[in-house]
Design a binder for this molecule. Structure first.
Ligand SMILES: [Zn+2]
Length: 221
């Protein structure tokens, strides 16, 4: 079996697991509060598994040959004309080309496309003192392990993040609606670099009422 992709995980020394099953699928654990960058070839499928049912996973995808082209939430919403994608919808890059397509989703389908990645300023604004793990640094650090630099922090696809909206435009930060083991599966539409971050937000209930940040799993087929 050939490896499904170049598989890199940030923060050497963190416990993580990489397994290949008899079908050649590669399973990777994203440790709680951390990030993971993976190269995925066009045509392969990959799943993000909400192992414990409570964890938001910030996700990005970059053109594997050109980091200046990346999955864009604003371009994608204009393409599928919804706030939340459904099975069959493609996410578009900032050059309006499909980069991934949703081919299966066993979760209730609530994935946020509106909210920026958390960063040190977000935690400061919420009253946190000192450093706090955050998705923006996880993106940067995960890509650095591949020798890559993000041109900016694109708006992430916040998998399993439950941000309901009201007809008047009000937004709410709620717990995920997912069950343990729920998963969303994509097909790569180009050679890409995907990055995932188990969002370390523990000051709002987006990762469950107990505020415990948990690991999640990636399966590349
Ligand atoms: Zn985050």
């Amino acid at each position: 079996m050939t490896a499904a992709a170049t598989l890199i995980q940030i923060n050497a020394g963190q416990a993580w697991q990489k397994e290949q099953d008899h079908m050649g699928a590669t399973k990777l654990t994203i440790p709680a509060r951390k990030g993971l960058a993976v190269r995925i070839e066009a045509g392969r499928t990959f799943s993000i598994v909400n192992t414990h049912g409570t964890q938001v996973v910030d996700s990005w995808a970059f053109n594997g040959a050109d980091m200046a082209e990346f999955m864009s939430m604003e371009h994608s919403r204009a393409g599928f004309r919804r706030l939340c994608s459904r099975v069959g919808d493609s996410y578009l890059t900032n050059k309006r080309r499909p980069i991934v397509t949703v081919i299966d989703d066993t979760s209730p389908g609530r994935h946020d496309t509106l909210i920026a990645a958390c960063d040190v300023y977000r935690y400061q604004a919420l009253g946190h003192v000192g450093h706090h793990d955050n998705c923006t640094e996880n993106l940067r650090d995960a890509l650095a392990m591949l020798g890559l630099v993000p041109p900016e922090t694109p708006a992430p696809l916040n998998l399993f993040m439950n941000i309901p909206w009201e007809p008047n435009g009000d937004l709410f930060w709620n717990e995920p609606m997912t069950m343990p083991g729920d998963a969303i599966t994509f097909r790569a539409e180009m050679d890409l670099v995907a990055v995932f971050s188990t969002c370390p937000m523990d000051l709002l209930p987006i990762n469950g009422k107990d505020g415990v940040i948990r690991d999640a799993e990636i399966v590349v087929n």
